[in-house]
Design a protein around this ligand. Structure first.
Ligand code: ARG
Ligand code: ZN
Length: 881
């Protein structure tokens, strides 16, 4: 293994900081080639640590000056190493002054201070989470050191007219030599990862929001000149988020100004820096010509997410990075609720569950599995994962369902009140929920500590004579790396019972008196439990795990006709889809095992979906989701010795069988939805109609390629990006005659629009064709692609590696080679991106022997390289372990 792997940091080694920093004054002389950062830190020793030296993290800094209480230190009074500046201090408090030089222009890691954009509009910005602040100035760069910041920026006025840092503005003016300055004071103590500055020639839009507490807040969005016209939707979303957090969770904003800045050069989605959020342009810009419906919804969700961090993350932050899910899981949950309240709850739930199954379950089933609260890491940036984010949100959702809406609100209020201005832990969170509700939640800690996806096995028995229905639930979690034995977890199983026409049946458990509820939570607290329902007049159809009430793999051999009853009648929209999905997975498994799905069950499935398609009362988005079967990655999840070609063929059989069985009604519905006059409307209802229309088009053309002219016509006439891309996707996957021309026409139409061209790259990267790998390799030379731009890399190489199992796993290993070469190349540029792409190899042991050997070889080839980044060394090391 490479020697660049850092030694792991362990949760059990946590110690409170020996030195605190109360106040920070920063002065920046900004210049892309060489920026000078002067820092003045007021530090205080913890009395219980009389011998501890002051250790400041420092990476890639050129130290120009170092003083303590005004006196320049002699060389023997400090140590300056590659990752730290250590000062021996005899006094209990001191003023530390440092001056360092850094080079934003050559910072392709995009951590710390770096430059974005090109030419005239090149501007400077920062990304500090998780450990980027140490690349700006020497500092105890850990989230439990909270300080008050005063920041002064100086820069050339013509090149950098806009200067921003966290907090409220506190003066500005001109300097000699065409330079100017601006000062900012952030009254809220914060950890260094929330620091941010921006300097550039950006354009701005402004709006205003009055909080429920009566504070008048100026709202700004800043973007490059060609993008500023696309920020209106984000501004609307911001105001909706601010109002929603007040109404739903009683949280108000706490500064006089709130800034958002858009950049095209960003490794992640966005960042919640205090009062100065920085966004990947992908999650901020939207207009009908250049954003899809999904794009609009993502802007809503991400603007909400970052804004909600102002409480869940900033006002209450994390004690250490092991607690990352404390802010991320909670904030994803809040974001999900926000979108659910404002758009479609059912659709958001389906999408979240699809992501959980595809990304989190597979992560949890391989060598990179880790608990929602990991207990060790060598590179924290590799833990911004589906487990910490999405599974973490599921844990919060379960707690909210157990406590009920009001109980959860009370608990969260308590959490914010108790921990305001502090760095908290998962225990603090559970304690607040417990106290406010007078319940015991300690069993839930196991969900945070234990990796792996529990399997929930359900079986049932109905006794007609006794009018009694027994539901037996059993749980099991397979071992994961470092956790050979698993304990039983509390699993809330929400159930309802129906008769075969969809009427509710009572839910009285044996021994209970009183009223029968319509839906209830069965708490499974042990390995296995049987729940006995009485007074059940007929054999019931059970609707289990309603709303996906726990992040488990449900194993339940429900009768196909019962699933059909649920698809037709369940009053939980999610479970209607869940039942349809279960049936399609069963058909897929049959096709994989024996070449063809069972004819009778196939008939049950297609008839159910035909009914859904014909039901004018059903949300078109839900129908579209029912028609879209799980992707190959999700279907293969849980299999061993995977043969990606066989998975592809079996999936295609099921998909084609559905399309053929429903060809006529699909075509009819497509026609009905085509007369829409709301091509530019972005309301959920208009989006839902487009979603269904595009699903119909795809199926119609799959059933009969003679219908492809419909796709060509839609492509030519489309008045929004959703319809244009939807049609293009159909043409490409059918390898239709006009597909090449359509691709070129699309690229010409959107030339110069990086975000749309990213989607164009992705569409080509996900085609399950044999020659896709060569095609993708060729596209890396396209002018719209740069290796230094993470959006480009994820759109092309990431989509190929993570969302095109057929082509990535091509039997000759060409897909693996291409991705491994890309990973190696990116590792010298942007290690975080390289490490994330390398996770495509993480599941190697689950494939058939040939693929397994080929993937293993690429991992070994990467491991053998010199000077791997710590990020990549960690992923490769854990994958091979
Ligand atoms: N806190 C950001 C969010 O809202 C993620 C930033 C992660 N950045 C990183 N380099 N690991 O989810
Ligand atoms: Zn977040």
């Amino acid at each position: 293994m490479s020697d660049s792997a850092k030694p792991p940091v362990l949760l059990c080694d946590y110690r409170a900081p020996a030195w605190r920093v109360t106040d920070v004054e920063l002065e920046f002389d900004l210049d892309p080639a060489a920026t000078i950062v002067a820092a003045r830190l007021a530090v205080e020793r913890d009395p219980s640590e009389p011998a501890a030296p002051l250790r400041l993290d420092a990476e890639q800094l050129e130290l120009l000056d170092l003083r303590v209480d005004g006196r320049r230190l002699a060389p023997e009074e400090y140590r300056f190493e590659t990752d730290a500046l250590t000062i021996l201090l005899a006094v209990p408090r001191a003023r530390i002054e440092t001056r360092v030089r850094i080079a934003p222009d050559t910072n392709t890691a995009l951590q710390g201070l770096y430059a974005s954009g090109g030419g005239q509009s090149r501007f400077l910005l920062t990304q500090c989470e998780a450990e980027g602040f140490r690349r700006i100035t020497p500092f105890p760069d850990r989230p439990d050191v909270l300080a008050r910041y005063t920041v002064t920026l100086r820069a050339d006025k013509a090149r950098f007219p806009l200067l921003l840092a966290n907090g409220n503005a506190d003066g500005a003016g001109d300097l000699d030599g065409g330079r100017h300055w601006a000062r900012f004071v952030d009254p809220h103590p914060k950890p260094s990862y929330l620091f941010a500055l921006v300097a550039g020639r950006l354009e701005s839009i402004e709006d205003c929001f009055v909080t429920a507490e009566g504070r008048r807040v100026r709202l700004f969005i800043h973007a490059e000149p060609d993008a500023i016209g696309r920020c209106g939707w984000a501004m609307q979303c911001l105001k909706m988020a601010m109002r929603w957090d007040e109404e739903r969770f009683g949280r108000c904003y706490d500064l006089d100004v709130f800034h958002i800045v858009a950049t095209h050069d960003f490794t992640m989605g966005a960042m919640e820096n205090k009062g100065l959020n920085v966004f990947n342009a992908k999650y901020l810009l939207a207009d009908p010509e250049r954003a899809t419906d999904d794009g609009y919804r993502h802007v809503l969700a991400v603007v909400g997410h970052e804004y909600f961090h102002n409480w869940s993350g900033n006002r209450v932050t994390c004690r250490d990075w092991f607690q990352l899910s404390l802010k991320e899981g909670l904030t994803v949950y809040r974001e999900q609720e926000f979108e659910s309240d404002l758009a479609s709850r059912t659709l958001r739930r389906i999408e979240d569950v699809r992501v959980l199954w595809r990304a989190q379950f597979s992560e949890d089933a391989g060598p990179l599995a880790h608990p929602v609260r990991p207990d060790r890491y060598s590179e924290i940036n590799n833990f911004y994962t589906a487990t910490v984010y999405e599974k973490g949100a599921e844990l919060v959702r379960m707690l909210a369902s157990v406590l009920g809406r009001d109980g959860f609100r009370r608990g969260l209020d308590r959490y914010f009140e108790r921990n305001d201005g502090r760095a908290a832990t998962v225990e603090d969170f559970l304690a607040a929920l417990e106290e406010a509700n007078d319940v015991r939640l300690s069993p839930w800690l196991a969900w945070y500590a234990q990796a792996g996806t529990p399997t929930l096995e359900a079986s049932e028995r109905y006794d007609a004579a006794a009018r009694c229905y027994e539901l037996t639930l059993a749980q099991h979690t397979a071992p994961t790396p470092g956790q050979p034995r698993k304990q039983a977890l509390p699993i809330p199983v929400v159930v309802a019972l129906f008769d075969e026409r969809g009427a509710r049946l009572p839910l009285r458990l044996d021994g209970e008196a009183g009223t029968a509820e319509r839906e209830r939570v069965l708490p499974l607290l042990t390995e296995r439990a049987t729940f006995r329902f009485v007074d059940v007049p007929v054999r019931p159809v059970a609707s289990l795990l309603r709303g996906y009430s726990a992040p488990v793999r449900l194993r339940w051999n429900a009768d196909a006709d019962d699933l059909a009853v649920q698809i037709r009648h369940d009053d939980d929209g999610f479970n209607r889809w869940f039942a349809a999905d279960a049936l399609s997975r069963r058909l897929f498994a049959q096709a994989l095992a024996s070449g063809a799905p069972d004819a009778r069950q196939l008939d049950v499935w297609t008839r159910s979906l035909a009914q859904a398609l014909a039901d004018p009362a059903l949300d078109p988005a839900l129908v579209a989701e029912m028609l879209s079967i799980a992707d190959a990655g999700s279907l293969a999840e849980g299999l061993v010795d995977i043969d990606p070609d066989a998975v592809h063929v079996a999936r295609a059989r099921v998909e084609t069988a559905l399309a053929q069985a429903l060809a006529a009604p699909l075509l009819a519905r497509y026609g009905e939805l085509s007369g829409a006059t709301d091509a530019q409307a972005v309301e959920p209802a208009a989006q839902a109609r487009r979603r269904l229309r595009n699903a119909c088009l795809a199926a119609v053309c799959r059933a009969d390629p003679a219908q492809l002219p419909l796709a060509a016509a839609q492509f030519a006439q489309a008045r929004n990006l959703t319809d244009r891309l939807g049609a293009l996707s159909v043409l490409l996957s059918a390898q239709a005659a006009g597909a090449e021309e359509a691709l070129d026409a699309f690229a010409a139409r959107h030339a110069g629009d990086a975000l749309v061209l990213d989607q164009w790259l992705t569409l080509q990267a996900v085609q399950p064709h044999d020659e896709t790998v060569e095609h993708v390799a060729a596209l890396t030379a396209h002018p719209a692609f740069r290796w230094t731009n993470p959006n480009n890399v994820y759109a092309l190489v990431g989509a190929f590696a993570l969302r095109n199992p057929r082509a990535f796993h091509r039997a000759d290993g060409a897909g693996y080679r291409f991705v491994a070469d890309a990973v190696a190349r990116l590792d010298t540029l942007t290690p975080q991106v390289s490490a994330r792409l390398a996770t495509a190899f993480g599941g190697w042991r689950r494939f058939e022997p040939l693929r397994r050997a080929l993937m293993h070889r690429e991992l070994q080839r990467l491991a053998a390289r010199d000077a791997l980044s710590p990020d990549l060394a960690d992923i490769v090391g854990r994958s091979l372990a």
